[in-house]
Design a protein around this ligand. Structure first.
Ligand code: ZN
Length: 426
């Protein structure tokens, strides 16, 4: 199927880029921090810190006992969550290499990671209090089904962030869709206006902009080289923390704002009022953790190099033949039929349909083997919209539009792309 080929293509593309990005972060000439202090802040690293700060400001307002980062990638947000709130936190990504517990055991991936494929989530209902999905929505081939699944496995809160996925108006949305080349792996393909997010998440949803350019050290629409001096000035932690607090202080949409943070508390889940007093402490902590992670990447690369030269030094535990932990299995269900999973060798086996799934290092690979039919199921619609006929109508329309956009471009459209600039270009 075309759709599956595209998902496989995206996975291979991301895995190929992993090596490159690890190398980049280990290059002393591009290091952001030195001795725990910022020395070479960049617009990219600053926006990354802003995104984390926005997410953690929301977590501060929740009451929760477990956490899942869906499509955690090379970030370690679950590690940060466990450090700060002392709750179990889980990793999940469609790229298996990201999930392996080989990048530092303290990050907590061991027995806490699953390789999966959106939109099917191989977890039981209400498996985690909080489900976070950050900067992935815009790339998903079946985003509505994926959000319905997040609502299923989250017991209390779903948090979604997307920088590119929010279109400022309908015209811009149409133009963005028209420019998507679905043949490009990992392309940004989903654009919704705010009203459509409202229809997807329904009553009680909360939202704010992800980035608000007027409160940034330099305007986000300027060329990166023109922004550089403002970021060079953030060369001590106090200055950086102050800039971060200013950047997150505004959450409005409209001119100068980019992206959206969506928070959906399920019925009965408490969201405490915001406390801006916590911002500075939270920002300082995130900066210290980012500096530590960069430092550790250097150390880890040194260790890996030494182990390559002398494999006898390699620790026995964890090892590739580690079975999936029983506590992790208890959270899972078969991605094909929803049945309970048992451990089988280094992978898992469904107790109902008998399907077996591979795995290594304690990380099961739970891709569904059922071909997706592409239709938005009534189950997903009911999960999202309940019995609201108006919302069902809007969500169905979004799903149809997104499906239509999965068609590969014809020669006329390809020619027109050369003539009209894309609004999707960064
Ligand atoms: Zn099954």
């Amino acid at each position: 199927m075309d759709r599956e080929r595209r998902e496989d293509g995206a996975r291979a593309w991301i895995a190929g880029n992993l090596q490159r990005s690890v190398r980049a972060s280990s290059d002393p000439d591009v290091r952001v921090y030195a001795g725990g202090q910022p020395q070479r802040m960049s617009p990219y690293e600053f926006a990354r810190l802003v995104r984390k700060l926005k997410i953690f400001r929301w977590l501060e307002r929740f009451e929760f006992g477990s956490f899942l980062d869906l499509a955690s990638g090379f970030e370690h947000i679950p590690y940060l969550v466990t450090e700060r709130y002392s709750v179990p936190a889980y990793y999940a990504d469609m790229v298996h290499q990201f999930n392996l517990p080989i990048d530092g055991l303290f990050y907590g991936k061991l027995d806490h990671a699953v390789t999966l494929q959106l939109p099917v989530l191989p977890y039981r209902d209400d498996a985690f209090d909080v489900v976070l999905c950050s900067e992935v929505f815009e790339h998903l081939v079946r985003p509505i089904e994926a959000i319905a699944e997040m609502m299923r496995v989250a017991r209390k809160y779903v948090v979604l962030t997307t920088l590119e996925g929010l279109a400022v108006n309908r015209w811009r949305r149409i133009l963005s869709h028209w420019h998507v080349d679905v043949r490009v792996p990992h392309v940004e393909r989903n654009f919704l206006v705010l009203d459509e997010f409202a229809a997807l998440f329904g009553d009680g949803w909360q939202h704010e902009s992800l980035l608000y350019s007027p409160n940034f050290p330099a305007s986000l629409v300027e060329a990166v080289t023109d922004q550089a001096p403002a970021y060079d000035a953030l060369d001590d932690t106090d200055a950086l923390v102050a800039a971060l607090c200013r950047a997150v202080s505004e959450g409005r949409h409209g001119p100068g704002s980019l992206g959206v943070v969506v928070v959906k508390p399920k019925a009965g889940a408490l969201v405490r009022p915001p406390r801006i007093q916590v911002d500075a402490e939270l920002a300082r902590w995130l900066v210290a953790k980012a500096a530590f992670e960069e430092e550790w990447t250097q150390t880890a690369l040194g260790i890996w190099a030494a182990l390559e030269r002398n494999p006898a030094l390699r620790p026995k535990d964890p090892a590739p033949d580690r079975p999936v932990a029983p506590a992790l299995l208890a959270l899972l269900r078969c991605p094909d039929c929803g049945g309970p999973l048992d451990g089988a060798g280094t992978g898992a086996r469904c107790g109902v349909c008998g399907q077996t799934f591979p795995g290594d290092w304690g990380v099961p690979i739970l891709y569904s083997s059922r071909p997706a039919d592409g239709a938005l199921t009534d189950k997903a619609l009911s999960r999202l919209c309940g019995d609201s006929r108006r919302r069902r109508r809007v969500v169905r329309r979004i799903a149809r539009r997104l499906r239509r956009n999965e068609r590969a471009p014809g020669p006329v459209r390809k020619l027109a792309w050369r003539l009209l600039p894309s609004p999707n270009a960064p």
